[in-house]
Ligand binder design. Structure first.
Ligand code: GLC
Length: 424
């Protein structure tokens, strides 16, 4: 800023606000007046994301590397567990690791990572085109009006069911519970989701509560758990676990355990994400290749409400090669790669048009169901303190399902902990 006197007062204020915003982040660069050299930096980068269960990343990275021999991408694969992925990201941000260039950001981490100043805002040199994307995916990658990550894949909960045993899938939770006798007669378990104590349980508990007509938070972000609807939702899981409709072993299930049990033919119903479709159809060991169907999650009087899942890709503020990183983000969101996500891994694309692409729908007939699931999905609370909020939901739901806390106590404890987390 050479001559501040020449700048109109409002513009000056805006400039000061911008400079302050730049200072408040831990090491955020690029928003001040000096040009940040890392923004135009090119060279090798690392892409960090959770385990590539669907085998989509390897071919994608190979294709990129072939075309960019001087800007090669190395894939750093984390574990399958969302909490471990989060903690690994946080440790590397705190260490200012310049080698974690592009990070896969779960939709629930955007606010925290952005508020900490760890993600490069995607504007100016690093802007991407979001015009063709499902609005929910763009909102989930945005914090305080700024886009901080490029939506890469969406996720909506699906009810997988054995159509050889249940020709018409249940529309309501009670209907589904009524069908558990079919499982019993076959000597298999009835229903599983993700009930281990981690992010997956937060997703499932939120779905149980929302599908029963309750809410976790209101529009102003205040927790709303002390309601009969929320109690009815959590009670559904508690009762099903107690009476065996949810098998005892499901208390340890994360996504992959449930998928395995379903593919082994040991489960009548499974709540999981769309990635299961491709694996259940093609895994050598899958016993349900031709006998499973997909439907909306069951609700109270009709279809239930999924939690919105999915991932975006953000650029670490510590990356030295942000120009390469930005190109890689554009590549991840290109129509070709988005199509590959759907056809190779049955992941949910973020490009709206693919859900009505005739050839794609022919190959993946569940796409319209999935689009509806995503469009009606309920976001988990958006807050920089999300880890504490999620822990409150998961810990208390876990205790209730195991029968260690009455549902009402679990919900009021959840309410209090979320209030404390938000007030930090
Ligand atoms: C899936 C979802 C993600 C969610 C996670 C929980 O990866 O896309 O949003 O947090 O599952 O296990």
């Amino acid at each position: 800023m050479k001559n501040p006197r020449k700048i109109a007062p409002i513009a000056l204020l805006a400039t000061i606000a911008l400079a302050l915003a730049g200072c408040s982040g831990s090491g955020t660069s690029g928003s001040g007046s000096t040009k940040d050299a890392t923004l135009t930096g090119r060279g090798p980068i690392t892409y960090v994301q959770g385990k590539d269960n669907s085998n989509v990343v390897k071919p994608l990275v190979e294709a990129w590397n072939k075309a960019h021999p001087k800007e090669m991408v190395t894939f750093k694969e984390q574990t399958t567990d969302a909490n471990q992925q989060h903690d690994d990201d946080v440790q590397n941000f705190q260490a200012k690791n310049a080698n974690y260039d592009v990070i896969s950001v779960d939709v629930v981490w955007t606010a925290e990572f952005a508020a900490q100043g760890w993600l490069q805002p995607l504007k100016g040199d690093t802007a991407i085109d979001t015009s063709g994307m499902l609005p929910a995916t763009v909102t989930a990658a945005t914090y305080n009006g700024t886009l901080y990550a490029a939506p890469v894949s969406s996720d909506g909960g699906i009810l997988y069911y054995r159509k050889d045993l249940v020709p018409t899938p249940p529309k309501t939770w009670d209907e589904m519970m009524g069908m558990c006798k079919i499982a019993k007669a076959k000597g298999i378990a009835c229903y599983a989701g993700q009930f281990a104590n981690y992010e997956g349980l937060t997703v499932n508990a939120a779905e149980a509560i929302n599908s029963a007509g309750g809410t976790i938070i209101d529009k102003a972000g205040k927790p709303t758990l002390n309601t009969p609807e929320a109690a009815a939702g959590l009670q559904n899981l508690v009762t099903a676990y107690k009476d065996g409709n949810i098998p005892k072993e499901a208390i340890t299930y994360k996504e992959e355990d449930g998928r395995q049990a379903f593919e082994d033919g040991k489960l009548l119903f499974l709540r999981n994400w769309p990635y299961v479709y491709n694996l259940a159809k093609t895994d050598g060991t899958s016993t349900v290749k031709t006998t499973f169907g997909m439907a909306a999650l069951p609700g109270k009087a009709g279809p239930g409400a999924s939690s919105l899942g999915g991932h975006s890709a953000g650029i670490s503020v510590y990356s030295k090669h942000k120009a390469t990183a930005a190109d890689f983000l554009t590549f991840l969101t290109s129509e070709q790669q988005q199509k590959n996500f759907a056809t190779i891994g049955s992941l949910a694309p973020v490009l709206s048009s693919l859900y009505t692409d005739a050839a794609l729908v022919k190959q993946l007939p569940y796409l319209p169901v999935l689009k509806t699931s995503i469009e009606n999905a309920v976001p988990r609370p958006v807050t920089p303190f999300y880890p504490a909020v999620s822990k409150a939901i998961a810990d208390n739901s876990y205790a209730a399902i195991k029968g260690e806390k009455p549902v009402k106590t679990a919900l009021s404890d959840m309410q209090k902990s979320i209030e404390t987390a938000g007030a930090k």
